[in-house]
Design a protein around this ligand. Sequence first.
Ligand code: UD1
Length: 434
Amino acid sequence: MDSIVIHGGIPLHGSVEASGAKNAALPLLALAILADEPVIYHRIPHLQDISTMMTLLAYQGADVTFDDQNRLHIDCRNADKPEAPYELVKTMRASALVLGPLLAKFRRAKVSLPGGCAIGARPIDLHLRGLEAMGATISVEHGYVTAEVPDGLKGAHIVFEQVTVTGTENLMMAAVLAEGETILDRAAREPEVVNLADALRALGADISGDGTDRIVVRGVKSIHGGDVFTIADRIETATYLTAGLITGGDVTVTRSNPADLQAFLRKVEQAGALVEIGDDWIRCAVQGQLQGVNMNTMPHPGFPTDLQAQFMALMCLAGDSSIIRETIFENRFMHVQELIRMGANIQLDGHTAIVKGVSKLSGAPVMATDLRASAGLVLAALAAEGETVISRVYHIDRGYERIEEKLRILGAHIERRSESENFVRGVRFVDEQQ
Ligand code: UD1
């Protein structure tokens, strides 16, 4: 199993380019199921979660191919198996995103329940209730959701009990081919939802209101093929900006979108960082000791839960205390014990962490427990004195494209110890080097 070894204490400087967003790309890939023609994807990141989604579509009978310009082509015209098996869903909860499109297209689907995951229970009950409201009959047996709607989905007024990102995306995709109008109230406003709506519109869907908490989808007869563009990864962007700040450096991320990161940028500015933005770049630099600031995670446009661990790592070295509250997931503090092993002073009280800034962290062997927790540990390691070995880095590979290479560009001493595997079942790579 791979581990990442970091010799910390080196201020990071320079510029790196943001990759396409994993959380935007996953629903974009699922939309291919709806289309009557091939969909061509631009800026798809090479990540484990993306490979899992490609494998899942190939399993369903789709033709999935990278071309020599690194564009991904997905042609679902011959897809004939509206199923998502446990083996694939268990490694990635977002596999549930195929449920809405499969049901819309095939009028039946069988998708494994994702089960629990490291950061909390994360059920998909809200996805299922929404599909039921659209006329589907759903049963859960032997760990699988079986859904059927012989006469096709019908538009409905769905009010989410709680803001759910993939739930909003799943139902938005289901509604595209439904008969009549669907209204999604208390919809997620995340940029990835807007990216999906933009892509669906480009292929012929009738959607409005995305980016607000009320999305209206008017069903259309069919969705054609075409080009689809993935937005910049805001979580990856903020992680590299934090890498600059935590090491006392100065980092710019290009091809990024400052508008998607306002809550994060406000917080680091409040902590005393210098923040500069352009149309498609963001620069963060230290200008003296950073101060502790309090933060609550919130649905967009609030502070993203996917940046909580990284921000906590930064606060570990701030001038005074900060209070960090996790309001989205019940068990998203698994990085805390590892940060404490590196010398951090953190007290946990339920969903709240009280972080007292320390003057230094020290390298230690630590274990990655989930994707974003791992990113927090990488950041702490970059700032820590001495060597940190982070094991179980497959978590990081689910969401950070070429992380060692990008950090090395910024001056980090980082290496991977391991044998790596680049094998995706059912996917043809025309030229892997491109
Ligand atoms: C997405 C992101 C993930 C991010 C999260 C919150 C993707 C692929 N993943 O995950 O990186 O951390 O949004 O921004 O985009 N819930 C229910 N029932 C449901 C659905 C959700 O109770 O049917 C709860 C969850 O347990 C959680 C909260 O709602 O407590 C928000 O979860 P949700 O927004 O659905 O997260 P994901 O879409 O899975």
